[in-house]
Design a protein around this ligand. Sequence first.
Ligand code: CTP
Length: 407
Amino acid sequence: MQIYKVGGAVRDRLLGKPVTDIDWVVVGATTEEMLAKGFRPVGADFPVFLHPKSGEEYALARTERKNGRGYGGFIFHASPDVTLEEDLIRRDLTINAMAEDDQQNLTDPYHGQRDLEARLLRHVSPAFAEDPLRVLRVARFAARYAELGFTVAPETLELMRQLSESGELEALTPERSWKEIARALMEDQPQVFIEVLRDCGALKVLMPEVEALFGVPQPEAHHPEIDTGVHTLSVLEQAALHKQPLTVRWACLLHDLGKGLTPEEEWPRHIAHEHKGLKLIKAVNERFKAPKDCQELALLVGKYHTHGHRALELKPSTLLELLQSFDVYRRPQRFEEFIAACEMDARGRKGLEQRSYPQADYLRGAAIAARSIAVQPLLEKGFKGPELGEAIKSERLKALKAYKDQA
Ligand code: CTP
């Protein structure tokens, strides 16, 4: 049997990027031979094994044939007579379809190296269409390598467009899609992921609520960029520049969905868009089965981001309601993430990227004031049950009034 390093490890070494995990392909071997060498099989019918010591993935060279719709619809043909070239041709991109032996000799039948130099994300063959998840993968690679100048080859974008129109994207499982979305959002230029999805028509299938924001105007006084879609991309860009976690990036992407529902005659104003957007945020959250912390923050940011911007003008009672809604006493980190998302929203506007955001410290101070109320003295006074709750609330309100007066 011959063993080759393949995929991302080869690509990233040639790009001079750190290689994190290594995938291997094994040519000329049978499942029985792999098991005899101590490799552990991954799943029942899948010709992939884990190395007994390194735990790295070793896949038997295989050809794939489409057999019905969606990811379940694959049958694998792995046998010792499948060649390296046959294995590589069914992979997604030319830059991912190179192999290297233990002497670092490159096998590159589909010109991945040429495309690396040309900074092109190009599909290898029509077999690209066998896995619709690749539409999201290409958009994710475009986000990751944007800083190196990579773009999607026009013929690949066209194929992605056909796949998006074919209805195949709807057959992807939420789990597979979310994994790609989460990884893409954590790249340095996540806005490019959304742009590429939009360019190939996948955004209107995957997240029509985000697609709907493009072409919707906002008041120029607050939003010099005017377009709500452009604003959303800038907010995401700011979130990445400020190294925000996934929860914040997800909330940034979804915070203004309600603006897509405003009747045209009301443009460029968007009265109550925060509230109107909640059902859309919920729908997107559920479509991809986003993790609970992402879902929660997106809904809270959607509902309260305008409160964040108006923090300094809020009445103490409204401030208190805000802090209570976030359960800031038990979940201080989530409130920090809310503040971060509001700040990214404020900076994700044309020409305002460097603005200061005094609301952030003001909100932090308010949280500290409300959290400083000690429960013990109230217990000693004999409060219990709902009365205790009311007494704590009233003390917190007093603290917030004092905080606002001295601010
Ligand atoms: N691959 C593919 N189609 C997919 C998934 C994977 O063709 N839907 C192939 C590609 O050749 C890819 C390799 O399998 O390079 C390994 O896949 P994976 O580990 O998911 O990605 P990497 O390319 O290693 O990239 P990353 O750095 O994102 O892990």
